[in-house]
Design a protein around this ligand. Structure first.
Ligand code: NAP
Length: 243
């Protein structure tokens, strides 16, 4: 058997197990399996990593950062972001990677079609850090919007019309609007959004979210997180199959 799995805390509604099991079924990979590995605390991960059972692993909330001290090495991108969502077993050595970065970059490039507009990143959590890494790489100016004002971010209450006029790329990295709270939308002056804006929501359920729907109603070009999710899964698969 070639065994794979997802490490997390509460995995009932996780995307990856269903995605990979369907991929293995449709590709005729009968000797491949993908487990949902729920850990009550990150200390339990040492047994999983040392078991020798797995060919590759994914990592999700809340362990993307906490897993790092348990790994033998972390690649440059994952180290810069400070989060790991994919583990490769390389000759007995565990190496952490971040394919959220790859998934977001590829999906964003498809949306922007060559444009490099200034961006607002809503939220400052793990996903926001991966998004900021990609924007830096692409040379896109960006500001964070947060519930806490700090040197690197503005507070939601400072989000006036002019900032939305100046920021043509709006990226939701908060859970606002995610199922079951599907009626919630980011508190933005949507009447300032127009056809020159781009809106990206990392939330993939529902698709579109209220935020994306409001932006699309104003003529903006929009993209939901579903494509990023599939691209990050495929990037993990590619890493596990590299010789
Ligand atoms: P996280 O670490 O919990 O961070 C979310 C951030 O959003 C927080 O740091 C917080 O920033 C802000 N936030 C949280 N609750 C809020 C609220 N009620 N109102 C306003 N701001 C709030 O989560 P994450 O891992 O970054 O993930 C964020 C979202 O992206 C989730 O919905 C996740 O499912 C999605 N995601 C999607 C993909 C994909 O492939 N499509 C990949 C990764 C994540 P402040 O404290 O600065 O306000």
């Amino acid at each position: 058997m070639r065994k794979f799995g997802l490490i997390g805390k509460s995995l009932d509604h996780s995307f990856s197990p269903a995605y990979f099991l369907e991929k293995f079924r449709s590709s005729g990979l009968a000797d491949h399996s993908y487990d949902a590995i729920e850990l009550k605390n990150i200390g339990q991960v040492a047994d999983i990593l040392g078991s020798g059972d797995y060919h590759g692993l994914n990592v999700t909330i809340p362990y993307k950062e906490a897993i790092i001290p348990y790994l033998d090495a972390v690649n440059e991108t994952a180290a810069a972001v400070g989060a790991v969502n994919t583990i490769v077993f390389d000759g007995g050595i565990t190496v952490g990677h971040n394919t959220d970065v790859i998934g977001f970059e590829r999906s964003l490039i498809g949306l922007l079609n060559g444009a490099r507009p200034a961006a607002l990143i809503f939220g400052t959590g793990g996903a926001a850090k991966a998004v900021a890494f990609v924007l830096r790489k692409l040379g896109i100016d960006h500001r964070f919007v947060s519930r806490q004002k700090s040197e690197g971010s503005i507070h939601w209450t400072e989000l006036g019309d002019s900032i939305v006029d100046e920021s043509m790329l709006l990226i939701n990295c908060t859970p606002i609007g995610m199922f079951p709270n599907v009626d919630d939308a980011l508190p933005l002056p949507y009447y300032r959004v127009g056809p020159d804006h781009f809106a990206f929501d990392l939330v993939y359920n529902p698709s579109p979210t209220r935020f994306l729907q409001h932006c699309a109603d104003q003529g903006a070009q929009v993209k939901s997180g579903g494509e990023m999710l599939k691209l990050q899964a495929e990037a993990s698969w590619d890493l596990w199959n590299q010789e």
